[in-house]
Design a protein around this ligand. Structure first.
Ligand SMILES: Nc1ncnc2c1ncn2[C@@H]1O[C@H](COP(=O)(O)OP(=O)(O)OP(=O)(O)O)[C@@H](O)[C@H]1O
Ligand SMILES: [Mg+2]
Length: 592
């Protein structure tokens, strides 16, 4: 049973306390025990007081005891509350650390793309969202009070056992049974029932339809206001009915628990009354046991269950996520160094790849050799697999079959950090840091001269000062246009080249620039990265003609490969697309 509790959400939640802060956790539990025994001592002291009054003895000792216990009961509560808040904050921080580690530590990406893990991540975060229970710093003082009540109830049940062993046991079991019987009736459980969740979704949509902007035009144009409000009211009423039905279903356990509680108390208090009438129990003992018997009621199911179970529910998810994410998002990393790679070539060797989330084959037996120091442009329509190739080259996934080789060595044999340090990449969905321009260009730090030079090469030297934060959300910050952001991202790659990266990978870094802007930027990049292995990805055929090699990709296959001049031979795909797009490019130029 102890093992089962340890593995339960509640058991694992309690296990977090000591890991988050050992001293606070020890203090927190210690105060529970101390505050828990005080009411039993209070009952004993009350008995002593009544006895002393009855026998005309000195009242000093019982009164002092009552005073000390009373002050203790009242003064320890706020101390315990503070300890609970601090411990809750520590637990929250510890759990956040676990979640961040889970997301960040796998070297690949697959774990962040799985919808089930994304759902788990959202649910795990609930420990601090206030949806299933209050944040831990607010919850822990209440949970402490709940445990203190339980400890006090047990101590008083033990005291009642000194009257009759069965009396303490009967009261303990009667009140204890409410936890089992009423567990299901807690309100938050009702909110999780499938039909309630489903109905709430309908209600929510009906509500959004009346108040949110997207539907506002149609609601007004078609005169639907009355209909929308009525629909919401009906659905809302339906939800109330379902909630009522759900709670009705739980009435039977309520009857059972009332019966048990009444029976237990009737037997014990009946026995006390009979003994009192027959004078087989003195007044002090009567007071002591009656008070303690009432105190056992602290064991009853109540708010504590909501706080405790609600807070515990997301914890297993937090603790298990790390392992699941690691299993899903890790890529293989070897020992080899990539210090000077590539010296000869990068080769996609019969690479097949399937995204783990969809099971759809994006590449099959893909072969492509990129000579070291050359520039390669990969062009192809949307969905051809260009970004997928880029991600495989950065070793964000392991190929399903085949290998990406650098100078003949499988990337999986090379130490991941060493390979990634060689690559400067700008992806389609590059990150826009809400940080100063300087950090956007050189997140890892670089001399200002290098940062300025990179910005100049990217055609972005006048957009802002290096200290300007690139977001209006901050004092003195500024917003950039889509095209300006792309130039900043390019500057980031060019800066990395200055700092020693040997492979430059640009995945549609210029999609938001006009055709002429893209052609100009590509030419600048080729100029700035001469002698490095450069891979430019674009779906525009007309802008990459100065690359040494052009690879036309479609449906995960190389359709054509060669220099611009070679590919301009009659009948080819590249030639057709180039002429089509270039003619528009020239038209645009004439218009300007
Ligand atoms: N993370 C992902 N999970 C599942 N499938 C994906 C993922 N990313 C891309 N795909 C699928 O893989 C295929 C190739 O996508 P990819 O992004 O490599 O194309 P692309 O050539 O870069 O296209 P675009 O020009 O639109 O950027 C597409 O069918 C796409 O739906
Ligand atoms: Mg892409």
């Amino acid at each position: 049973m102890i093992r089962r509790f340890k593995e339960s959400a509640e058991g694992r939640f309690l296990g977090v306390f000591g890991k988050a802060h050992r001293l606070l956790a020890t203090l927190w539990w210690g105060l529970i025990v101390l505050r828990g025994v005080l009411p039993a001592i209070f009952a004993v002291a009350m008995g002593l007081l009544v006895g002393a009054v009855q026998t005309h003895q000195s009242l000093v000792l019982p009164l002092s005891l009552i005073g000390v216990v009373f002050v203790g009961m009242n003064s320890l509560a706020p101390v315990h509350g503070t300890v609970g808040s601090l411990l809750g904050a520590k637990c929250g921080a510890w759990l956040h650390d676990r979640l961040m580690e889970s997301s960040v530590s796998p070297d690949g990406l697959a774990h962040l793309e799985r919808p089930d893990l994304a759902d788990d991540l959202a649910r795990a975060r609930e420990f601090d969202q206030g949806l299933v229970a209050p944040p831990l710093e607010a919850a822990l003082p209440y949970i402490a009070n709940g445990f203190t009540d339980i400890a006090a109830a047990i101590a008083q049940a033990v005291l009642v056992m000194t009257y009759h062993w069965w009396a303490g046991l009967a009261l303990g079991l009667a009140w204890g049974s409410t936890h089992l019987l009423l567990k299901e009736s807690a309100m938050w459980q009702i909110f999780e029932a499938d039909d309630v969740v489903n109905q709430r979704r309908h209600v929510e949509y009906a509500y959004r339809m009346t108040v949110d902007a997207p539907a506002a035009k149609e609601i007004r144009l078609f005169g639907l206001a009355g209909w929308a409000v009525e629909r919401f009211t009906d659905l809302r009423r339906g939800l109330a009915d379902i909630l009522f039905q759900e709670s009705r279903l739980r009435r039977r356990p309520l009857r059972w628990s009332l019966t048990l509680v009444i029976a237990g108390n009737a037997v014990v208090f009946g026995s006390l009354a009979r003994d009192a009438v027959h004078h087989s129990i003195g007044l002090p003992a009567l007071v002591r046991f009656a008070q303690a018997s009432i105190g056992v009621a602290l064991l009853a199911f109540g708010e504590f269950d909501w706080w405790f179970r609600g807070s515990a529910r997301p914890i297993p998810m937090v603790l298990e996520l790390a392992e699941q994410m690691r299993a899903s998002g890790s890529v293989r990393s070897g020992e080899g160094s990539a210090d000077r790679a590539p010296e000869r070539e990068i080769r996609f060797d019969q690479v097949s790849f399937t995204y783990p989330t969809t099971g759809m084959k994006v590449l099959e037996g893909f072969d492509l050799t990129i000579p070291a120091g050359a520039s390669l442009a990969i062009v192809g329509p949307n969905g051809a697999g260009k970004t997928t190739l880029a991600k495989l080259l950065c070793h964000l996934y392991d190929p399903t079959d085949g290998a990406v080789r650098v100078d003949g060595v499988d990337l999986r044999e090379i130490e991941l950090g060493s390979w990634r340090a060689r690559i400067a990449a700008v992806f389609q969905d590059y990150v826009r840091f809400e940080l100063p321009l300087r950090d956007n260009v050189a997140p890892d730090g670089a001399p200002d001269a290098v940062v300025h030079d990179a910005l100049r090469r990217a055609g972005a030297d006048d957009i802002a000062s290096l200290d300007t934060i690139l977001s209006r959300a901050y004092d003195g910050g500024t917003d950039l246009s889509g095209g300006q952001w792309q130039r900043v991202a390019l500057a980031r790659a060019l800066c990395a080249v200055q700092l020693g990266a040997g492979v430059i990978l640009l995945d549609e870094p210029t999609a938001q620039l006009d055709v002429r802007g893209e052609a100009e930027i590509f030419d600048r990049i080729l100029e700035a990265t001469r002698g490095r292995t450069t891979i430019l990805i674009s779906h525009r055929f007309s802008t990459v003609r100065h690359a040494d090699l052009i690879c036309v990709l479609d449906l995960g296959r190389v359709v054509e490969l060669g220099s611009h001049d070679e590919l301009m031979s009659p009948g080819g795909r590249y030639k057709a697309m180039f002429e089509l797009q270039a003619s528009r490019f020239y038209e645009e130029e004439v218009e300007v």
